[in-house]
Design a protein around this ligand. Structure first.
Ligand SMILES: *Cc1c(COP(=O)(O)O)cnc(C)c1O
Length: 402
């Protein structure tokens, strides 16, 4: 068996050096726990970055993968198979949107969304109707289109020129939103809750204004729910938590319980702008991933996991807030359900590093935020353990009385 050091050394030698990994290698998982090479157990508040919403090795997912792997894994999009249509139907019924396209990742779902918005824009307003509006501090992925919409210099630097037709607006700033949109706008793209950007929510008022402006200017309102969608806010789509419906929604992370799958869903008005041959993918929407996604959605429904997200999410928030009120190292708590963050006054990475020794996996983002994206199976006793460890790691220094 390889040791962690051997694994890390091989990667140092042969991998493009793009990742700053934690010094830990996992060999298996069960429910809300992961186990490293030595068999040490870790409580998982990360879910592989919001992907493993059913935890690890869920028996129904294991069974679906086993059965389908023995039958049919891939056929390409030249042919039909049994699962893509039913998955599209299910997602359309859940969202109220009309048509789906399946990709392999979140980034590709964003790319497809903006390609569709461009087609619809050109159809409605000619070649000039091609401008995009996105938010400062957002994250939409790493390909050139998605990166062009990502409002963070640290991700964009070195890769310019990116798409030049993007105007960035401050989140929840109605004034600058109104100034950014014109008849040349073909899409407004936003995450209802910033994920990588540090767990900042769009206000309902801001989302409503985006909706009204998109309607007025015949632009597509595109929500990136790749991280916040599919149950994390307590509703199956995050936009249902905010009461504002987009024209196009991009989803991915948890949809196939760890298998690579993404999708975007569109209203007919926009979906009708595309014709055969204008977009496609070799792997996207294959029988294995689609069958597992159907199973994922069935489990969320049948095991009443959204209720758990709401209930345990509220408990997590209450406990984090109690911690933030006392600890001098913490400022505030943001988010809802199972997408939450605690804003620290100190760097978050050392806290996350120290969590490993305590057998708890936290995640840091934006340098000073500890982000919580736990599996939907998390229980209050797991929250207690996480809070106990976090409290210890943040130190004894208490806030001065106001
Ligand atoms: C993760 C993420 C993406 C990119 O998805 P990939 O599957 O990594 O390509 C895009 N938008 C948001 C909000 C994300 O969290």
């Amino acid at each position: 068996m390889n040791t962690l050091e051997q694994i890390a050394e091989l990667e140092r030698q042969y991998l493009l050096q793009t990742y700053n990994r934690y010094p830990i290698a996992f060999s298996r998982g069960k429910g809300v726990f992961l186990f490293d090479l030595e068999g040490k157990r870790y409580l998982d508040f990360v879910s592989g970055l919001g992907v493993n919403a059913l935890g690890h090795a869920h028996p129904r997912i294991v069974k679906a993968i086993r059965e389908q792997a023995a039958k049919l894994v891939h056929v390409s999009n030249l042919y039909y198979h049994e699962y893509q249509g039913p998955l599209a139907e299910k997602l359309c019924k859940l969202s109220g949107l009309n048509r789906a396209f399946f990709s392999n990742s979140g980034t590709e779902a964003i790319e497809g969304s903006i390609k569709l918005a461009r087609l619809a824009g050109h159809r409605a307003g000619g070649a000039a109707k091609s401008r995009l509006v996105a938010l400062d501090g957002s994250y939409h992925g790493r390909t050139f289109g998605a990166l062009s919409l990502t409002g963070q210099d640290k991700h964009r630097k070195g890769f310019e020129p990116l798409l030049e037709e993007v105007t960035f607006v401050k989140q929840n700033d109605l004034e600058s939103l109104r100034a950014a949109i014109s008849d040349e706008t073909c899409a407004i793209v936003l995450e209802p809750v910033f994920g990588e950007g540090g767990i900042y929510e769009c206000s309902v008022e801001f989302l409503q204004e985006c909706r009204a402006l998109a309607d007025r200017h015949h632009a597509a309102l595109i929500f990136d729910e790749i991280q916040c969608g599919l149950g994390r806010t307590g509703t199956i789509f995050a936009f249902q938590s905010f009461g504002v419906t987009p024209d196009i929604v991009a989803i991915a992370k948890p949809i196939a319980a760890g298998l690579p799958l993404g999708a975007f869903l569109a209203k007919e008005e926009f979906a009708s702008a595309i014709s055969p041959g204008q977009h496609g993918t070799t792997f996207g929407g294959g029988p294995l991933a689609c069958r597992v996604a159907l199973e994922f959605l069935a489990i969320v429904e049948e095991e009443k996991l959204l209720e758990n997200v709401i209930q345990v999410g509220a408990y997590l928030q209450q406990e984090l807030k109690a911690l933030a009120e006392k600890s001098a190292a913490a400022r505030e708590v943001r988010g809802r359900g199972f997408i939450q963050g605690i804003q620290l006054e100190i760097p978050a990475r050392p806290i996350v590093d120290a969590g490993l020794a305590e057998g708890v996996l936290f995640n840091s983002t934006q340098d000073t935020v500890v982000r919580f994206l736990p599996p939907f199976l998390l229980e209050e006793k797991h929250v207690d353990k996480g809070i106990r460890v976090l409290k210890k790691l943040l130190g004894k220094k208490r806030k001065k009385a106001a």
